[in-house]
Structures are given as structure tokens and as C-alpha cells.
Ligand binder design. Structure first.
Ligand code: NI
Length: 258
């Protein structure tokens, strides 16, 4: 296996799935495996605070703060100004993870998801910050939101068709691809990986979720992104290092990283 430098543009190291070995993993293991950058996502208020802590502790960890659609049901008074405050902190570079998730409507009804998403898109635009966007089974409404608000940012773990990826790119956004491209039944993701312009591609793990083949079903971490990069390289007929380098450049450009 080639030695790749890895920037994971989307991970959740605040997840309790890392409670037993978070320090060892982020302190030694991942840097030892070529991980040079991680963008950690806040999903709820607590996760945002943990993201701030991780950014303070590890030089290569950056953060996004925001409310995930599944967590949008009940929010404390003043949640949006709290997020705005966190966005002024060092190494917090994006509003995320925000979006629409119509798979789990029991967790939060559509109208409420849309309201919380819209408020955060407005915030991102007002502060001229990129957004990290989650879209699950909401492709039609998502495109409407992207057309209406025109945010900068990335649609992560992109699950739409190649056609909707084209439209998303035309709206100025980046496309995030992760473990799904390695799955046997991943027709859409493979077609997107083949056709997305290289300068708009980000790679990600969504750790601890979405582990790529041959680790599918296990806990994911940023070192496994190499399987995603190698699969995308294979699909596009390019060298893994070409994909890895482009993804790092794109990540730095989008999030204005040093
Ligand atoms: Ni995520």
C-alpha cells in the first residue's frame, strides 16, 4: 500500500465510540499513519463544545460547528448566537454539520429541519464561511435550498446521482466522497466519483460511521480514508497520490486552511 498523506474533511471524534482510545488515536496512531489534517464536525451543542476541545488539543484538528438535522428537534434558547460565538474561535472554519435528513423523520420533523437548516445557511453566508452539508433522502428539497441560499461549502457523503452532482458543482459547491464508493452496490457514488471535476472533490470518512471495504461495518477512522482514495483513483484511472493531493488542496482552499 502506498504511503499517502491524508486530510479527512469530515469526522466525528467527539463520538462516544472513541471514548476508550481517543487520545491514543488522535495523539499517535493517526499521525503515524499519514493523517495530516482532520476536520471534526459538531452535530449538537455538546458535540460542538467537544469539537472546540479537540481543536485546542491537537494541532492538526480543525472544527466545524452546527446542528445536524437529526439533533434539530429541541435546542436551547439562544442556540444560534452560541454557534455564532463559537465560529469566531481559532481553528473553527465552517458551519457544520447541517442539512436535511428525511430518513429519520421521527427524530425531527421536516419543517423543523428546514427552519434550523435555513437559519444556519443564513449565518454561514452572513459570516462568509463555508457550510458542511448533510443530505439524506432529501435531494429535491436540498437542491432548492442550495439554489435559494447559494452557500459556499461541501455536500458531504454525496448520495445523489451524477446529474445532481453536476448541478451541485455548477452551484459552486464541492462534493464529499467517503466509504460508500467502495461498496459493491454503490452505483451512484461510483458514477459521481468518475465524473466530478477533480478540483471539486473532497474525501472523508464520516468516522466512526461508513467504514470502507474491507472494514465495512467496523468502526471507521481517518487512516482508512486510503481505501476511499484508492478506489476513486481506480475508478478514474489515476494515481492515488494524485487524488490525495487534489483532495488536500481542495480542502485547504474551501476552508481557508494554512
Ligand atoms: Ni457526519
Amino acid at each position: 500500500m502506498t504511503d499517502l498523506f491524508i486530510f479527512d474533511s469530515h469526522a466525528h471524534y467527539d463520538s462516544e465510540q472513541f471514548d476508550l482510545d481517543r487520545e491514543a488515536l488522535l495523539g499517535d496512531v493517526l499521525p503515524g499513519k499519514g493523517v495530516v489534517g482532520v476536520l471534526n464536525m459538531g452535530s449538537d451543542m455538546d458535540g460542538c463544545e467537544k469539537t472546540l476541545e479537540l481543536c485546542g488539543r491537537y494541532s492538526y484538528v480543525y472544527g466545524a460547528v452546527g446542528i445536524h438535522p437529526e439533533c434539530a428537534g429541541e435546542l436551547p434558547e439562544g442556540w444560534l448566537s452560541q454557534i455564532e460565538g463559537w465560529l469566531s474561535r481559532d481553528k473553527i472554519v465552517a458551519v457544520g454539520e447541517i442539512g436535511l435528513d428525511y430518513h429519520w423523520l421521527d427524530a425531527c420533523p421536516k419543517e423543523r429541519q428546514q427552519e434550523v437548516f435555513a437559519a444556519q445557511l443564513e449565518l454561514a453566508n452572513r459570516l462568509d464561511l463555508p457550510a458542511v452539508i448533510h443530505d439524506r433522502e432529501a435531494h429535491g428539497d436540498m437542491l432548492d435550498f442550495l439554489r435559494r441560499y447559494r452557500p459556499r461549502g461541501v455536500v458531504h457523503c454525496f448520495s445523489g446521482s451524477a446529474e445532481s452532482a453536476r448541478e451541485t458543482v455548477a452551484l459552486g459547491l464541492y462534493i464529499g466522497l467517503g466509504g460508500v464508493v467502495t461498496f459493491k452496490n454503490a452505483r451512484h457514488a461510483v458514477e459521481v466519483a468518475r465524473t466530478v471535476p477533480l478540483e471539486r472533490l473532497l474525501v472523508e470518512t464520516d468516522a466512526p460511521y461508513m467504514a470502507p471495504v474491507p472494514y465495512r461495518g467496523r468502526r471507521n477512522d481517518s487512516s482508512l480514508i486510503r481505501y476511499v482514495i484508492e478506489r476513486i483513483a481506480e475508478i478514474r484511472g489515476e494515481e492515488p497520490q494524485t487524488i490525495a493531493n487534489a483532495a488536500i488542496e481542495n480542502t485547504k482552499r474551501l476552508f481557508s486552511l494554512p
